[in-house]
Design a protein around this ligand. Structure first.
Ligand SMILES: NC(=O)c1ccc[n+]([C@@H]2O[C@H](COP(=O)([O-])OP(=O)(O)OC[C@H]3O[C@@H](n4cnc5c(N)ncnc54)[C@H](OP(=O)(O)O)[C@@H]3O)[C@@H](O)[C@H]2O)c1
Length: 280
């Protein structure tokens, strides 16, 4: 499939998806997702936490686009970690979305080291529910989110089916190179959440200079930079022109010099939580 990446189980994930975090349930989420689908997005990223799965599902059902042509990701939230709760959470997401199956389910955040009980076992018991739902055909692919190598290693040591995806905060000023290399060397496809650095990277002078060279927007440069590193991006916007323009990244290529320039930006501009430091 064009403009997609292949997961370890052979399924193709569209390289750019539409993010829906903080888009309120109801008409906002319904209209944004319909707009994104009309603009050509075929990949929608939601989560039980976002509270908008019902509207996302309704927009997909009403779109007139064949179900198999749309990739839908959801996530199991922190409170639902552990086999039984994760199993119920997956069922609830399936019900709320009401689109037959879910293409990709992720553990939203790892249980971090130092958390009460055996954190690695708790992540693994959630994963057992994922493996089961995957084998039953309810999920087309399974993965994790915000897992650093230290969270992945114990899971990889004991899982039956390895995570196919890891979704992390990644943008040019926070590239998370160590985790990206760890995952890509093991056939785990990386996804970038906050691929625009929640709009903060759009102010960066180097990114703006590269955008001027290619006659593209700073957002398109951030998204194309990630694509050229083999990373799926999930830009979010509630503005139609931005939704449309953000996906126009397949008609140009950032050359080596400018990629090196972007790769040499200060790499410490994290804009959200660190996986070790969860408010629970
Ligand atoms: N797994 C996780 O833990 C996790 C965490 C956070 C997010 N996510 C997923 O990743 C998606 C994206 O992350 P995000 O929403 O945090 O950040 P983002 O996509 O990097 O940035 C969104 C912000 O950028 C603005 N924006 C979008 N396109 C723009 C453009 N072309 N020009 C100027 N501003 C633009 C948006 O404003 P407007 O809406 O006003 O256009 C919004 O304020 C989420 O929606 C969610 O699906 C996952």
């Amino acid at each position: 499939m064009k403009n997609s990446f292949k997961l370890a189980n052979g399924t193709q994930i569209p390289a750019i998806g539409f993010g829906t975090y903080k888009i309120p349930d109801g008409e906002d989420a319904y209209n944004s997702v319909k707009e994104a689908l009309a603009c050509g997005y075929r990949h929608i990223d939601t989560a039980s936490l976002y509270g908008n799965e019902e509207s996302v599902g309704r927009a997909i059902r009403d779109s007139g686009i064949a179900r198999e042509d749309i990739w839908v990701t959801s996530k199991v939230w922190d409170d639902d970690q552990g086999y039984e709760k994760a199993k119920a959470s997956i069922e609830n997401s399936l019900k709320r979305l009401d689109i037959g199956y879910i293409d990709l389910m992720l553990i939203h955040w790892p249980i971090p080291e130092g958390f009460e009980g055996d954190w690695a076992e708790l992540n693994l018991s959630t994963w057992r529910a994922f493996e089961e739902a995957y084998k039953e055909g309810k999920l087309r692919a399974i993965g994790v989110s915000n897992f650093m190598p230290k969270h992945l290693k114990p899971l990889l040591a004991k899982c039956e089916i390895a995570p196919m995806v890891n979704q992390m905060e990644i943008h040019p000023t926070y590239p998370q190179k160590e985790t990206v290399d760890f995952c890509q060397n093991r056939g785990i496809v990386m996804e970038a959440w906050a691929p625009l650095g929640r709009a903060q990277d759009l102010e960066d002078p180097t990114i703006n200079a590269v955008a001027a060279i290619y006659n593209k927007t700073p957002a398109q440069i951030c998204l194309r930079w990630a694509y050229q590193h083999g990373i799926v991006t999930l830009p979010k916007s509630t503005h139609v022109e931005r939704i449309r323009d953000n996906r126009k990244i397949f008609d140009f290529e950032i050359h080596k010099n400018e990629m090196e320039l972007l790769d040499s930006l200060p790499d410490d501009k994290r804009i959200s939580r660190h996986p070790d430091n969860l408010p629970r």
